[in-house]
Design a protein. Structure first.
Length: 103
């Protein structure tokens, strides 16, 4: 992570699996492979807790769980006053991702 910051890059982690680095801006990719495809409310809450208080959050979600994660995060981040106003950019919004190699 330190190397990424020194090079001027924002490291990318799966907020459902790992702790996100501190800072006002976060980019996370939520993967839905194997057990991770079971996206329950507790995992969505873990993501929401890590996005709280950020200036901006860019959330890329594997298509299979994207609608559930988006609805859950919008609801959870909108419920608590301390979390209001966290701009979230979700991908895919509507539509499909291309293969990882093409992204």
């Amino acid at each position: 992570m330190e190397t990424a910051y020194k090079a001027g890059f924002l490291p990318v982690f799966d907020a459902a699996q790992e702790a996100l680095p501190p800072g006002p801006l976060v980019y996370t990719r939520i993967r839905a492979i194997g057990q991770a495809a079971r996206m329950g409310a507790d995992r969505i809450q873990r993501i929401a807790d890590q996005l709280a208080g950020r200036r901006e959050a860019f959330v890329v979600v594997d298509e299979i769980v994207a609608p559930r994660v988006k609805r859950g995060l919008e609801q959870m981040l909108g419920d608590a006053p301390a979390r209001r106003g966290v701009p979230l950019l979700f991908r895919p919004e509507n539509g499909m991702f291309v293969d990882d190699e093409e992204q």
